[in-house]
Write a protein that binds this ligand. Structure first.
Ligand code: G6P
Length: 369
């Protein structure tokens, strides 16, 4: 087993560190930045279906559902196609409206999740076209869907999903860019810029991983917290949800993810000097607004851990700790901001002596209802 872990203490840590190479594997043969081309057979072969779709429905569970939420922001922003994201478990039982010209994207690392499979069967019965984004090759979901794209992340052993999440986002970003180009909803300059920037993401993740020792110190400081709040806006709102889920899953600390601006409608009541608040505040999107959210936390004595762009000073002046990630274009920030959140929950769980790779009550894939 130690050999399989490649000298990492846990599978989860190994998988966190594999993300640069996993993402390269995801876009290998698909992303051709020089020529300005994205090749994805499952999309190319069904391009008309995608272009004629009045909307895209995304169904998934757990971390894959969070990847779906990131995709909603990316698809709507770049490809201008309306997207709805649903928990597969809700979708399958709520008598949903599914039209035959809908495209349903089912996201599943394992390709075996029972609720997601049931949602796919329902969508197919109604005549929708179902596209799978799976990691496990030949899995049940990859066989049941009409077409699909594998993430090629390699085996993920840790129950808490890490590299599956970032590679799902990579596949979905490639799809959104490809459709945006085909629809003409993105300028040529923007398209090329996105392709080139996507190609630099693995190297930027390497840089983000260099914060590991510093993140361990932050983890030591907050490991005894009983609650933790994660805030983000725009593309990084789903990252806040995923950060909170990671902490819950492996450290058993109660954590909630929230859109930063919603804090005033509830969670702000929880903030006191005991409450660590992780705020994703990269220098893109609604940066100024996030900074003012941070000021609101500060004035209530909350402890602030800012996830910031390299060289940031405004958040640094307010926060108790900052963790830096390299700069990138806004739609790709989730691929970087996710990394410190994974490491933070990993180190907290290790310091608390929890079973990181096999947390209590959780399973890697949930094949029953
Ligand atoms: C379980 C796992 C999660 C995963 C979810 C969905 O709860 O513990 O890590 O996100 O299932 O799994 P899937 O394989 O469909 O992505």
């Amino acid at each position: 087993e130690q050999i399989e872990k490649n000298n990492f203490e846990h599978f989860m840590l190994k998988e966190i560190y594999e993300q640069p190479s996993a993402i390269r594997d995801t876009y290998r043969g698909r992303l051709h930045a020089e020529e300005g081309i994205i090749r994805m057979a499952g999309v190319d072969d069904n391009l008309e279906r995608f272009l004629n779709a009045k909307r895209i429905l995304i169904v998934a569970c757990g971390t894959s559902w969070h990847a779906g939420l990131v995709a909603e922001y990316i698809f709507e922003d770049l490809a201008r196609i309306p997207v709805e994201v649903e928990y597969a478990s809700e979708f399958r039982y709520r008598n949903p409206i599914i039209n035959s010209d809908d495209v349903v994207i089912a996201i599943s690392q394992s390709g075996e999740t029972a609720d997601t499979m049931a949602a796919i069967k329902l969508a197919k019965e109604k005549g929708a076209f179902v596209f799978g984004v799976c990691n496990v090759v030949g899995s049940s979901i990859s066989r049941e869907t009409n077409a699909g794209a594998y993430t090629h992340a390699g085996p993920e052993i840790g129950v808490a999903s890490t590299k599956a999440f970032t590679t799902q986002i990579t596949v979905l970003t490639l799809m959104a860019l490809k459709l945006a180009k085909a629809k003409g909803s993105i300028s040529n300059t923007d398209f090329h810029m996105h392709l080139q920037e996507l190609e630099t993401i693995p190297q930027k993740i390497e840089v983000a991983l260099q914060e590991n020792d510093h993140i361990k110190e932050v983890a030591f400081k907050y490991k005894d917290a009983r609650n933790c709040l994660y805030l983000g806006r725009g593309f990084n709102f789903p990252v806040a949800l995923e950060g909170a889920l990671k902490l819950k899953e492996i450290s058993y600390i109660h954590a909630e993810g929230y859109p930063a601006a919603e804090m005033k409608h509830g969670p702000i009541a929880l903030i006191d000097e005991e409450m660590p608040v992780v705020v994703i505040a990269t220098r893109k999107g609604h940066y100024e607004k996030v900074v003012s959210n941070i000021q609101e936390i500060k004035s209530r004595q909350g402890k602030i851990i800012g996830i910031v762009t390299e060289g940031d000073t405004s958040v640094r002046d307010l926060a108790d700790y900052v963790i830096e990630v390299p700069d990138t274009i806004e739609s790709l920030t989730p691929l970087l901001t996710t990394i410190p959140l994974q490491l933070l929950s990993y180190h907290i769980a290790v310091l608390l002596g929890k079973n990181v790779d096999q947390p209590r009550n959780l399973a890697k894939s949930v094949t029953v209802e």
